[in-house]
Design a protein around this ligand. Structure first.
Ligand code: SAH
Length: 366
């Protein structure tokens, strides 16, 4: 049977990367990651269906409808805390298959005034995923009065008060890796081995402010420009802003190499078959919080995903759904359990909110 995940060009990106490295020299890790994910011809987000049982990985909204429903209710409550502005932008960064937003809109129906004030803004780079999102939302009987629009970045979303949701979005944005060497930090790069395979190497020295004690030689530090861009975009917007980030990574400051490649629900080497695996890296919540505060935003959390969903009422929502759909009860219970399991997603994933300081601490962080 033909492999539905195989690159139809037969390793086109590997060849293109080899040529680029011969021409330009070794690539910093962020340039490598950007090429693998976003190359317009061979990039992962442009040609893969990625998310779902038949894709490469499964995300929380695909596991249980309770996830998107709770975030829909959360959005409406946050809008009330903002003083019920109209219009309000309901923004999702990296909406995947559009499942979270469809479930969120269904739950937000409990607050019709919110839907009447809202317009929906989906920030998505992948044309294939945009098409799926459009289909998912078109099948939703509940639509925000302001309609839906797609954008390349948060910077393009019309100004004004916004409630922003980003589930497993930041982990997909490229990271630089710096390696600590004899004389300070060095860029980690991808180079060509003599046989033509890709391999990691230690590149040129880089100067960054570093107030902490010198780490062990070989220690890796990861930096993600997309996080700084998100913070800057939130700061630049007029009116109240609240952004909920849910992603995997440690709550406490941490160093180390967290770059991982996943293909068909299994870990693979990030340097073989570029463009055919999902490449992600941890979100470092402590550093993200410090940078957001430095830029003038207030920060709530992080909480574990288990705490977030528990406080938002996942158990009650699941019980109600199970009572209404007895035939699906075991499936509904297992899905919610998977999201809140402390040794699984419930503990690995964290939730943190960035907000305009004039807003009080957001639910359920208070
Ligand atoms: N939130 C979804 C999908 C997570 S996967 C879910 O929980 O199921 C990451 C999503 O971010 C995908 O939709 C991907 O296409 C999108 N994405 C990745 N890089 C992006 C970028 N630079 N700008 C906008 N969207 C991006």
């Amino acid at each position: 049977m033909p492999d539905p995940h195989a690159d139809p060009d037969g390793g086109g990106l590997l060849e293109a990367l080899r040529a680029r490295i011969r021409r330009e020299g070794p690539l910093p890790v962020d340039a490598y990651m950007r090429a693998c994910l976003a190359d317009p011809q061979h990039g992962y987000w442009h040609k893969s269906l990625a998310i779902g049982a038949e894709g490469d990985f499964v995300t929380a909204p695909e596991i249980s409808q309770v996830f998107g429903e709770l975030l829909g209710v959360w959005s409406a409550v946050v809008w009330q805390a903002m003083g019920r502005p109209s219009p309000v932008r309901l923004v999702e960064l990296g909406p995947g298959r559009g499942t979270l937003m469809r479930d969120a809109l269904r739950a937000a129906l409990a607050a019709p005034a919110f839907l009447a004030a809202a317009s929906l803004h989906l920030v998505e780079v992948s044309p294939r995923l945009r098409a799926l999102q459009r289909r998912s939302l078109a099948s939703s009987p509940h639509q925000p009065a302001g309609g839906a629009a797609w954008h390349e970045s948060l910077a393009q979303v019309p100004d004004g008060p916004a409630v922003v949701i980003a589930n497993e979005f930041l982990d997909a944005l490229p990271i630089r890796q710096l390696v600590y060497g004899e004389r300070g930090w060095h860029e980690r790069v991808v180079e060509l081995a003599p046989g033509g395979a890709l391999q990691f190497a230690v590149g040129p020295r880089v100067n960054i402010p570093w107030a902490e004690p010198a780490p062990e030689p070989g220690t890796v530090l990861e930096l993600r420009q997309g996080e700084d861009e998100l913070i800057a975009d939130l700061v630049r917007r007029r009116g109240m802003q609240a952004c909920l980030i849910i992603d995997y990574g440690p709550a406490a400051p941490a160093l180390g190499d967290t770059l991982q490649a996943v293909r068909r629900h299994a870990w693979v080497d990030p340097l073989t078959r570029p463009g055919e695996a999902d490449l992600t890296a941890h979100v470092q919540f402590a550093r993200l919080a410090a940078r957001a505060r430095g830029a003038g935003l207030a920060v709530d959390g992080p909480l574990s995903q288990a705490e977030l969903l528990g406080r938002l009422g996942s158990a009650e929502r699941a019980s109600r759904l199970m009572a209404a759909n007895p035939a699906r009860a075991p499936e509904i219970e297992a899905g919610v359990q998977r999201l809140v399991s402390p040794t699984g997603m419930g503990g690995q994933f964290k939730a943190m909110a960035l907000r305009t300081p004039a807003l009080p601490t957001l639910v359920p962080f208070d």
